[in-house]
Design a binder for this molecule. Structure first.
Ligand code: HEC
Ligand code: HEC
Length: 292
């Protein structure tokens, strides 16, 4: 009941075109879960790990973080959590005990997820099979291993404001903005970070010298030389569906995972909405190459 009510109040920009109906909680949750890319980080596919049981290593300039088990197992997963615990983790980056999560968990983006979608994620996660698998400790040296220090980081870089549609923009742009910034967290890899690991807000989507496990990530703004201005809206939408670039090459690596586990499951309308948003971004220069 509460689910149907919150859906009714969701604005047009947040209603997925052609996606499962939010009234079908688990199926709709599966869709939101794909759009959020939760599977990639929380499944150790390299070691053929169980879905969502965690253990995937996420190398960063600060050390390697290991994703936790988010299956409903009561001992090793989040089986004892309440929905409020889940919402607090996703929106505030805080554990049930009130400890900070490291921003390798992209709650900076997830804080902007709508209420309908957040509830759907929770319902979906609860419906998954529990897997008993203890979490691996992070391999991150001092001082970056201090959860308390994340307060300072959050003060500087964490904006927990909800997503607000821009009524002056077309519905597709708003839907795309939501998918790219809130669920898809595309800027987390496609934006240069400063020395403290905060996204450079004047360089959003301008690419990164080391954003993908230490490797460069391309500029996806319509900058005429540095970005993807020659890609049409359809080129971008097709790429997010199949991984094929306009030159006929196929992407692999981390972007391959994003497509394989996330964007290829989205409807054509949603992929076009993301492309329309990217095409309308302000063009941004790429960061200078790192000296070798
Ligand atoms: C870029 C990788 C990444 C993505 C994508 C990601 N997570 Fe996580 N998540 C993490 C990491 C790393 C942590 C642990 C952070 C820490 O220990 O401070 C985490 C922690 C969590 C926790 C807390 C678990 C616990 O035991 O305390 C929950 C819940 C969670 N993620 C849910 C999700 C959901 C739902 C999605 C998809 C919408 C998602 N995550 C997407 C990396 C990711
Ligand atoms: C985990 C890091 C990561 C995330 C998250 C990510 N990307 Fe990427 N993306 C990459 C990398 C790395 C490449 C380069 C792949 C290659 O060279 O084949 C790339 C390439 C691309 C390209 C092609 C650009 C070009 O010039 O070839 C587009 C378009 C793109 N990403 C869009 C997105 C969108 C939209 C999202 C959010 C749904 C997203 N990416 C999320 C890492 C990421």
């Amino acid at each position: 009941m509460a689910f149907a009510l919150s859906h009714a109040s969701a604005s047009m920009a947040q209603t997925p075109a052609g996606a499962p109906n939010p009234d079908d909680a688990v199926q709709y949750g599966a869709y939101v879960f794909r759009a959020g890319g939760c599977f990639e980080c929380h499944t150790d596919t390299k070691a053929k790990g169980q879905p969502l049981a965690g253990g995937r290593g996420l190398p960063t300039p600060f050390g390697t973080f290991y994703s936790p088990n988010i299956t409903p197992d009561p001992e090793t997963g989040i089986g004892r959590w309440s929905e409020a615990d889940f919402v607090k983790a996703m929106r505030q980056g805080l554990s049930p005990k009130g400890e900070n999560y490291f921003p390798s968990f992209p709650y900076t983006a997830f804080a902007k997820i709508t209420e309908t979608d957040m509830r759907a994620l929770w319902v979906y996660l609860r419906a998954q099979p529990p897997v008993k698998q203890p979490n691996k400790p992070h391999d991150v040296p001092f001082p970056f291993n201090l959860r308390l220090a994340v307060w300072g980081w959050k003060f500087l870089y964490f904006d927990d404001a909800p997503f607000t549609p821009d009524p002056a923009k077309p519905a597709a742009w708003n839907r795309g903005a939501y998918l790219v910034n809130a669920l898809g967290h595309c800027g987390e890899c496609h934006t240069q970070r400063n020395l403290l690991g905060g996204l450079k807000s004047d360089r959003m989507f301008g690419g990164s010298t080391d954003g993908a496990e230490g490797k460069p990530v391309p500029n996806i703004t319509p900058h005429p030389s540095a970005g993807i201005s020659r890609w049409s809206e359809k080129d971008i939408a097709d790429f997010l569906g199949s991984g094929m670039t306009p030159d006929g090459d196929f992407t692999g690596g981390l972007m391959g995972d994003v497509i394989e586990q996330s964007t290829k499951y989205l409807t054509a309308e949603d992929r076009i909405a993301m492309a329309a948003y990217l095409k309308a971004l302000p063009p941004v220069e790429s960061p200078p190459r790192k000296p070798k």
